[in-house]
Every structure is written in C-alpha cells, then in structure tokens.
Design a binder for this molecule. Structure first.
Ligand code: FES
Length: 229
C-alpha cells in the first residue's frame, strides 16, 4: 500500500509522524500551499474576532440588566388595590429597584373611579401601557424618574398619589399628571407576564403620555391636598 493510500491516522501510527504531514502527503500539498492556507485561516479568524468585538461594543449583552427585559416576582407578590387603598409595598403600588419602576396593580371596584368608558377607555389604556389581567385587574410599570428634571419621585400613602420632592410635580396612581411643573404624565415601560411572573421591558419606554384632559384622563384624581414634605 502506498503512503498516499493511507489515512492520516494510519500514517501517524506507522511513521510516528503527524496527521498533518500525512494529510499533506495524501493530498500532495506543498508546504508553501499549506502555509498559505494557514495564514489565510489565521487572518479570517482575526477578522471574525474583530467583527465580534465591534458588534459586542455596539450591542452589549444586557440580558437581565436594566435596559433589557427584567423578570420580577410572582404576580401574587403584588396584591391588587383599589385606587383609594394604595399603600406602598402593601397594596396596589410596589417599588422594584432592578427595573427602576413602580409596579402598579389596580383593582376595579367602588374605590377606583374610571372617567372614561368603552373604546375611549380601552384605547387610552393601551396608549398608557395598561395591561389587563385575566382576573380583570390592571397592571402598569411606571419609570421612577420624574419627567420634569429627573428626580426620583416617591409614592405618598397619605396622598394616594406620587409627589416629586424636587419641585412638586404630582401624579395620580396610574402616573397621569395632576399638577406641578411636569410637562407630561410619567413615562412607563412595556410590561407583560412570563409564566406567573411580572416582566418589565426596560428597553421599551413610552415617553409620550401627555398631560390628560377631559377626553383622555383615565382615573379620577385622588382629591386629597398633598402638601410638600
Ligand atoms: S424633578 Fe420632579 S418636579 Fe422637578
């Protein structure tokens, strides 16, 4: 049997040489040609690595971090409340640091007063990123940053609303503008459910909810004088 009829592995066993040499012998490749192939493969690898590096810089992997979809706790950890029952961390409104958001879980009932109805209501809810759950409750994920000049605004249990400590911008439980210098209602993220968990897409921010008027305001204002703190 000639050397050219052996596999590289057979050649290696018989001669103690490398499989690479056997392949050269088998294919009759010259060393120069092999060198050229090796250099070409090396350059292709360097090019691929450079492209990967550039793409990584342009599109950083944010999986699970702010700027991406963040899966929060089981829905049961956010008990729904009617508008007049909201209490931070207990009912209706919950702060989630990872998503830099307030998770709103609103229950219908006598303590929740809708000012719109029918398709006007559902259209406006869609425009303001409300998500209706199968049990008839509603969810919203409000971004924590005040749309006036960027302070973090707190929920005030005593006011049943959000009141920014910096210049007094005041927002209803659904983030709709009530009064103060803010140019619009609060911004909100897209949200959904992953299995039984609440999921917030912190890469999708709705910054286009205008100050409401009689045609667009969804919820009745709380009607409580909310003093500055
Ligand atoms: S930053 Fe909130 S009112 Fe000015």
């Amino acid at each position: 049997m000639s050397i050219n009829s052996r596999t590289p592995q057979e050649y290696e066993v018989l001669t103690g040489g490398g499989a690479e040499s056997a392949e050269m012998a088998k294919r009759g490749l010259s060393r120069r040609r092999v060198l050229r192939l090796a250099v070409g493969a090396g350059l292709a690898l360097v090019g691929a690595e450079a492209t990967y590096g550039a793409l990584t810089m342009l599109y950083p992997n944010l999986a699970g971090q702010f700027g991406s979809v963040i899966t929060l706790q089981d829905k049961s950890k956010y008990p729904a409340g009617q508008q007049n029952e909201f209490a931070l961390g207990q009912k209706g409104v919950f702060y989630e640091q990872a998503a830099k958001s307030y998770i709103i879980h609103l229950a219908p009932g006598p303590g929740t007063v809708f000012l719109l109805s029918g398709s006007k209501l559902t259209d406006q809810q869609a425009a303001e990123n409300w998500v209706k759950d199968s049990d008839g409750t509603y969810w919203i994920a409000l971004y924590q940053v005040c749309v006036h000049l960027g302070c973090k605004y707190p929920f005030r249990d005593d006011c049943k609303s959000f009141k920014c400590p910096c210049h007094g911008s005041h927002y209803n439980v659904d983030g709709e503008y009530l009064d103060g210098p803010a140019p619009r209602s609060t911004d909100r993220f897209e949200m959904s459910f992953q299995g039984g968990n609440v999921s917030v897409n912190t890469g999708k921010l709705n910054q286009h909810v205008e100050r409401p008027d009689a045609q667009t305001r969804i919820l009745q204002p709380p009607g409580i004088q909310c003093a500055a703190q």
